[in-house]
Design a protein around this ligand. Sequence first.
Ligand code: R5P
Length: 310
Amino acid sequence: MSLKIIIGSACKELGTKVLERMSQPATATVLECFPDGEFHVELLDPVRGGDVFLLQSTCPPVHDNLQELLLLSDACRRAGAVRITAVVPYFAYARQDRRTGGRQPIGARLMADLLVTSGVARVVAIDLHNAALEAAFSVPMEHLTAVPLLAEAAKPVPSGAVVVAPDLGAVKLAERYAGIWGLPMAVVHKIRLSGSEVKVRRIVGDVANREAIIVDDMISTGATIEAAARAVVEHGATRAQVVATHGLFVGEADRKLHSLPLDAVLTTDSVVPPTLSTDLHVRRASLDGLVAEAISRLHAERSLAAFRAG
Ligand code: R5P
């Protein structure tokens, strides 16, 4: 099976680096939007008999990027691809992994079903909101992590620092960073009031007179990081910095973060570079090495164990 790599609109920057690293040409495509809002997708190169990797994050505009991925997959299936792997560095709807009340959908499960229906035989994702999401898929899911590369990119970390999980869901992630850096941990007990509002109940662990390194899977509206940063400073932390895999920065996110005493904000290039309305300095470590290695290994039927999340 010949290797074919298709880059979606949301992963142009990352995809270009991945192709360069792998010395691979991109499979050419037409990706356009008709005047009525429908997408038109076409493969300009053959994929028949191919082992196809579709690289596309489902970041905002979520439904456009998702639909493009689904159409690309369907096009590959109909054009005779033998196997289609969706490499989705940022996987949308991962936070909708269960019903929190009655009469709600399970968005993550529906995403999984849509991908499989379109022809995807395997999914690769990076630092999902919830590792248990794998269970939503009827096809193999490779859940990889960017923690080691972000932990390296964040160095040097101050020796007296503390790793802070900004909510209970980030505890495992924080444990991983704390283990790599050899630092203690603290946990912020957050409750979510709405899609863009959160409230801190208390902090478990000692942050006084320490620099706080707040770690999370993603920054969306920035509300979680803002609440955590304000809380640790109120509890005596000297400064704070942020490390999060997916930097979406939607709405007022960069304004919120800009107003905080942050030394650094580190994310990855898992999504389209956000347009910021402030001069907030966001450093983006590239996932190109991780994604290139994942594609090479999967194509060669080799293990990904060394890159798996938790
Ligand atoms: C939630 O549990 C996630 O891990 C993130 O903390 C959260 O989704 C980030 O969203 P926002 O930036 O809108 O608070």
